[in-house]
Write a protein that binds this ligand. Structure first.
Ligand code: PLP
Length: 423
């Protein structure tokens, strides 16, 4: 297969092929702890690398603006039906190109420019698309924010209610990019109802946990649920939207012709494959192991003297307070990169450092769990991390940790990467 071995590509374009080869090596030799990343299956990769990219299919299955759509129609119907089945949703639109464009469609379906929105502050775990001033959500809408309790690190629902009553937003957005606890969607809906707001749930990060039964679902509580497909859900890089019959036609119209022209049919095929994978019983085991691994890492960090925001985790991620040993999140991120461990810096509740530096490191287990890491392997990784963070200037110690990282990862495959075919 062309996309796997790169042989045709390396003849046609040696430069791009060489960079992809280096990236392939990076993905298999390093430890991937970026909480929003994962490894799509070989089947998903294959679907995305197909001739479906050649096809224009503006519109919806059976209602296209181009001829020759009979086969892509079959694929999009499969993706829609599987998404609905997986999450118990009445209506799904699988065309958004990303999580951000899924959110854009949600806002533009039920809100008017200038309306008030209320979302979780970016610096306390929210997402750019939940009202940040530099993002469309903060430019088109009058954005207000709730935060987390600076002491517990938890969403304080009484504070959310008070803020909602003060702001009277047209929509409340719940869901997060860096929050390690269960989100109470039922409570959010009660708050939304109290102030007459729509509730948007953005499960970009936790979709795989929701699908696998490890996190309560917002479907049935939120008026619109948006998500990515490439994080815990382990599909191709993309997004989708779920809603009730009532809002379905409005969402579909906002996505097309409201936002884009042709959908990415090769990516929709990848989404269909990923939804099918997530419907298998083994996906429940995967989701459970993600959470077990995250809990094991949180305990191991705390045992080694590193505070974890909120004191632990219920999901796939943890926020480690590295400011506690006097280094910034950025310094920690760079140091870990140098030993082959990918993480990302993050601000922590009540952070005194800027967003550029941060005092925290966000760590997620979806990708290593896909490779087959269990709790013991994850504790080993915590050991690498804490040793590296405590020896920032010790090149010998760092080199040794780097070698141990390679040794550990050599025992675990990555879907779609043939270790023996690395160049
Ligand atoms: C990742 C994420 C998004 C955006 O997804 P993209 O595909 O990167 O646009 C939206 N919302 C939340 C909560 C996210 O974590």
């Amino acid at each position: 297969m062309v996309t796997m071995t790169g042989s045709l590509l390396s003849q046609a374009d040696p430069e791009v092929a060489a960079s992809i080869g280096r990236e392939r090596r990076r993905q298999i030799e390093g430890i991937e702890l970026i909480a929003s990343e994962n490894y799509a299956s070989a089947a998903v990769l294959e679907a995305v690398g197909t001739v479906l990219t050649n096809k224009y299919a503006e519109g919806l299955p059976g209602k296209r603006y181009y001829g020759g759509c009979e086969f892509v129609d079959e694929i999009e119907v499969l993706a829609i039906e599987r998404a609905k089945q997986l999450f118990g949703a009445e209506h799904a639109n699988v065309q958004p190109h990303s999580g951000a464009s899924a959110n854009l469609a949600a806002y533009f379906s039920l809100l008017n420019p200038g309306d008030k929105i209320l979302g979780l502050n970016l610096s306390e775990g929210g997402h750019l698309t939940h009202g940040k001033d530099v993002n469309f959500s903060g430019r088109f809408f009058d954005a207000h924010f709730y935060g987390v309790d600076p002491v517990t690190g938890l969403i304080d629902y009484d504070q959310v209610l008070a803020k909602a009553r003060e702001v009277r937003p047209q929509a409340i957005i719940c869901g997060a990019s860096a929050y390690s606890r269960i989100i109470d969607f039922k409570r959010f809906r009660e708050i939304a109802d109290d102030v007459g707001a729509f509730l948007f749930a953005d499960i970009a990060h936790i979709a795989g946990l929701v699908a696998g039964g490890e996190h309560p679902s917002p479907v049935g509580y939120a008026h619109i649920t948006t998500s990515t497909t490439h994080k815990t859900l382990r599909g191709p890089r993309s997004g989708f939207i779920m809603t009730s019959e009532e809002f379905g036609a409005g969402i579909d119209k906002t996505v097309f012709p409201g936002m884009h022209g042709g959908p990415l049919m090769h990516v929709i095929a990848g989404k269909a494959v990923a939804f099918r994978e997530a419907l298998q019983p083994s996906f429940k085991d995967y989701a459970r192991q993600i959470v077990l691994n995250a809990k094991a890492m949180a305990s191991a960090f705390m045992e080694r003297g590193f505070p974890i925001i909120s004191g632990g985790t219920d999901n796939h991620l943890l926020l480690v307070d590295v400011g506690s040993i006097g280094i910034s999140g950025r310094k920690a991120e760079r140091l870990l990169d140098s030993v082959g461990i990918s993480t990302n810096r993050n601000t922590i509740p009540g952070d005194t450092r800027s967003a550029l530096l941060g005092s925290g490191v966000r760590i997620g287990t979806p990708a290593v769990t896909t490779r087959g890491f269990d709790e013991a392997d994850c504790v080993q990784v915590v050991d690498f991390i804490t040793r590296a963070l405590r020896a920032p200037d010790d090149d010998v110690a760092l080199a040794r940790i780097g070698a141990e990282v390679k040794e550990l990862t050599s025992r675990f495959p990555v879907p779609g990467i043939d270790r023996d075919a690395l160049d």
